[in-house]
Design a binder for this molecule. Structure first.
Ligand SMILES: Cc1cc2nc3c(=O)[nH]c(=O)nc-3n(C[C@H](O)[C@H](O)[C@H](O)COP(=O)(O)O)c2cc1C
Length: 371
């Protein structure tokens, strides 16, 4: 059996070329991230919306201004708690944070994560053009933009080099045809062969090798959940893979058990694309909620905008679609019919809820004996 290479991103090396994708809200918290890190991969806490159900936030607060101020402060405090917990569970593991550029508290959360001693920042849902500035005081923190095209990588490399004399430590390339969560392409463009990983990954690997002396690893994401899909990604030139969906039906995943079981019972026929308030489609499991959204019903039109959490939001501005915070939060706390359950097209890869170490052993092709 082929031995997998280790993965080095910046100053951080893990035994296996596996990054666990950040999954919000609270699908990948301290529990999942630490378990993946302990099993020899990179564990990633998703920073999105952590404050919502935290001791720092009064969810009943009626004054929108107070609620918003409280929410951003609570997100920060809850992220600190989550990172401390992850570090306590995995004292020597390599841990990252996933932060959405599109979030209004992006800067605040990046600074918080860096001050907490996180090893890597993964930044997607927008181009993280000023990330090196936000993290300049901690150059040991590896910076990893999440992109879907070579063009986006070129823009980031040029800007970072010109303005900050720094390059990304790796790129995650998300395949919009397969990945769970928000997609970096419009639904009508998903058939375009130029966005396929078979095109984008080799082109990005060549661009980086031809233009920069320092090796910049490329991590493939989307639809990878077993050894065959992992090896296929490596054969395209990727140095590692990012996996989300396969880590959901695990003991350590931080979502409610009903969320994990909903994933476990699903198969690829249950996948749908739904519009989202950020304007791009999301890949999710079909349920009563997605049926309502696909029928054009805005969910909770009587609701106010919860916390003005995004830079661009159709729900806040025009009452179109739904409040994504409420939808993701409802699902991860167990209301899997009335919430949004993101999933990649490879859903259904597990036959039971497994410990993370077992999933990792399957992926790396051996029994995990480390600790
Ligand atoms: C439930 C769920 C939530 C996600 N949340 C986020 C997120 O908050 N930020 C982000 O950049 N990506 C998010 N993603 C994408 C994952 O990080 C990862 O790139 C993707 O799941 C890879 O595809 P796969 O699910 O087919 O493995 C999410 C994916 C899922 C399934």
């Amino acid at each position: 059996m082929q031995t997998l290479p280790s993965l080095t991103i910046g100053q951080h090396t893990v035994p296996y070329p596996i990054v666990q994708g950040g999954m919000g809200i609270r699908v990948s918290g301290a529990g999942l991230a630490a378990a993946v890190a302990n099993a020899g991969g990179i564990g990633v806490v998703s920073a999105v919306g952590l404050g919502m159900h935290s001791p720092y936030f009064d969810i009943e607060e009626k004054n929108p201004k107070t609620r918003q101020t409280q929410f951003f402060r609570a997100n920060r405090m809850a992220l600190i708690d989550e990172l401390r917990q992850a570090r306590a569970l995995s004292p020597r593991g390599i841990l990252g944070v996933n932060i959405m550029v599109a979030a209004r508290d992006y800067d605040f959360l990046v600074r918080t994560a860096v001050d907490q001693g996180v090893n890597l920042i993964f930044a997607g849902a927008g181009l993280p053009l000023d990330l090196p500035e936000l993290t300049a005081h901690r150059p040991e923190v590896a910076l990893v933009p999440i992109i879907s095209s070579v063009r986006a990588a070129q823009v980031i490399c040029k800007k970072w080099q010109r303005q900050y004399h720094r390059l990304p430590d790796a790129f995650v390339v998300e395949n919009p045809r397969a990945a769970g969560g928000h997609l970096g392409a419009k639904a009508e463009d998903l058939g375009d062969p130029t966005i396929a990983p078979e095109t984008v990954i080799p082109a990005l690997v060549s661009y980086l090798a031809e233009n920069f002396e320092t090796p910049i690893p490329v991590i493939a994401a989307g639809g990878i959940g077993d050894r065959a899909t992992l090896l296929h990604a490596l054969s395209l030139g990727a140095s590692g893979v990012q996996i989300g969906t396969r880590f959901i039906p695990t003991e350590e995943c931080d979502a409610d058990r009903r969320y994990k079981e909903f994933h476990l019972r699903a198969d690829p026929a249950d996948i749908v694309l739904v519009p989202s308030p950020v304007g791009l489609p999301g890949r999710a499991l079909r349920n009563a909620f997605t049926d309502r959204i696909s029928a054009g019903e805005a969910s909770g039109t009587k609701d106010q905008c919860f916390a003005n959490c995004l830079q661009v939001c159709k729900f806040r501005d025009r009452r179109e679609t739904y409040c994504i915070l409420r939808a993701l939060d409802r699902a991860c706390r167990g209301d899997v019919e009335n919430g949004l359950v993101f999933a990649g097209s490879g859903v259904g890869g597990s036959s039971c809820i497994q410990p993370v170490a077992e999933v990792m052993a399957e992926l790396v092709g051996g029994e995990w004996v480390g600790g």
